[in-house]
Design a protein around this ligand. Structure first.
Ligand code: TYD
Ligand code: MG
Length: 460
């Protein structure tokens, strides 16, 4: 008789307990613990997979410098933007996770890329969510012709592993990991134990056969990758695909990369016939019209500078406490900048509502955009346009001082390329800006927000 045992697994953080709790003792999430049945006898067969425990060979450590360093082989994904976020292409034998909201375009991106890669590599696309017909319909929509891309519609992990082993592709794509089911385990597809075991089995296969495996993962309503931490630890690279579903552009970001930089960013535009790469994203996010409350800054995402347009609207409040809404930046940051302006420029902003948005639905996390945000707010408050062709760069400290930002050269060069003619930046040591005269951009340095304000007044 097969003995079964029950464990309770938190669907948010993956913590396991022997007892049911209404609230996870590990991550503190409510109602996230789910009972899962595990059959020990079957578990043993699961562990046999990958069978490394059977062939235990004693290994000796060696000096790090004497290790033969073979260069990592990369497979080009057929898309420059995708290669960029991967750090120069897919690394052979690596495990890549692409997460994103439903309907954002993950399947489209991977189908396009798989078709391109199939021109010179063997590629297997496993669709666990859609039927082969549905995928073929999408493929027709992408206007692809003859291709040697192989397709398998299957959800059972064992059958999928068999097919990968038999076909032995260079790249296998699993769309999506949450739809796979390991019949040896209890739990519904998508539960933490299923996701963890399926991903681990795929990882073992990827490493032992040097197959690159791309997993598609869904995002939970809290915005986390479902089956989250367990998967993120396991894979080599985590990419997220994001964007406003109502706008056409999509942004692919590197969250983790064992073979390249994180925070790298790729931009695509969803069109009728698939995703088109946007090689010049700054132009996508800028509008040519100047207006009160609009300021421009240059954000640096990984190694890529992107000009961003910041829009603010300041209105007298009719509420007891003013409304503050931030889209694309963290609201705490907005509160902080408003407080600094109020204190150091004596503007009574606490009696005004403030709405702030980064145009184009871009999310900006880095503090270099602070000065642009402050300028947009002041410009809207005073109802005057900021000087045309000026970018503002700098982090604002709580004392109103401007703090320097990283990669200033790169940002100024990008602004110059886009036709901006002046930049207001934090006072720097000369070391940081050696090619001051190389740019056609006039650079004005300020050490605090009051000085910025004076410079801006002179330029208007
Ligand atoms: P899809 O790749 O199915 O998203 P995901 O796999 O992330 O759930 O993309 C779905 C959306 O993309 C869908 O709303 C239709 C749209 N789309 C286009 O606009 N153009 C196209 O060429 C394709 C294939 C899809
Ligand atoms: Mg899909």
């Amino acid at each position: 008789m097969t003995r079964t045992s029950t464990i309770y697994i938190c669907q948010t953080c993956g913590a396991e307990t022997r007892q049911f709790f209404g609230r996870c003792t590990s991550c503190g999430d409510w109602n996230s613990i789910v009972e899962e049945v595990i059959r020990p006898s079957n578990l043993r067969t699961t562990n046999k997979r990958g069978s490394s425990s059977k062939s235990l060979v004693a290994k000796r450590s060696q000096p790090i410098s004497s290790i033969n360093n073979e260069p990592v082989g990369r497979i080009f994904s057929g898309s420059k933007e995708l290669d960029r976020v991967l750090g120069g292409g897919l690394v052979e034998g690596s495990l890549v996770l692409i997460g994103g909201d439903p309907g954002i375009g993950k399947s489209t991106l991977l189908l396009q890329s798989a078709t391109e890669m199939a021109r010179y590599k063997s590629v297997l696309y496993i669709t666990a969510e859609e039927s082969s017909n549905q995928v073929q319909l999408r493929w027709n929509r992408l206007k692809k012709e003859e291709s040697s891309l192989h397709l398998l519609a299957e959800t059972d992990l064992e059958l999928i592993l068999n097919e990968i082993e038999n076909f032995n592709p260079a790249v296998a794509i699993i769309d999506s990991i949450q739809a796979l089911q390991d019949s040896n385990l209890g739990g519904t597809p998508g539960s933490v134990s299923q996701v963890r075991e399926c991903a681990a089995a795929l990882q073992r296969l990827a490493k032992s056969k040097n197959i690159t495996v791309i997993l598609v993962g869904h995002v939970t309503k809290e915005g986390m990758l479902a089956g989250p931490k367990v998967l993120e630890h396991l894979v080599d690279t985590v990419l997220t695909f994001e964007g406003d579903r109502f706008a056409s552009h999509r942004i692919l970001r590197t969250v983790k990369n064992r073979f390249g930089a994180t925070n790298e960013l790729g931009v695509f535009e969803m069109q009728g016939s698939g995703l088109i790469e946007v090689l010049n994203p700054s132009e996508l996010f800028l509008s040519s019209q100047n207006a009160p409350g609009v300021a421009t800054s240059v954000a640096c995402e990984g190694t890529r500078p992107i000009a961003i347009e910041l829009q603010a609207l300041i209105n007298k409040t009719s509420y007891p406490s003013p409304r503050r809404t931030a889209t694309g930046i963290e609201s705490n940051r907005l509160h902080q900048i408003l407080a600094v302006i109020e204190k150091h420029l004596n503007l009574p902003l606490s009696r005004f509502d403030c709405y702030l948005a980064v145009a184009g639905g871009l999310e900006v996390e880095e503090p270099a955009a602070d000065l642009g945000i402050a300028a947009a707010i002041i410009s809207s408050y005073k109802t005057v346009e900021l000087p045309k062709g000026t970018v503002l760069l700098g982090e604002i400290g709580l004392g109103g001082q401007l703090r320097s930002v990283g990669q200033i050269q790169l940002r100024i060069r990008e602004a110059g390329r886009l036709g901006f003619h002046s930049a207001i930046i934090p006072k720097l040591s000369n070391k940081e800006l050696p090619s001051k005269n190389n740019n056609q951009i006039r650079i004005k340095e300020a050490s605090n927000i009051r000085e910025v304000f004076e410079i801006v007044l002179k330029l208007i």
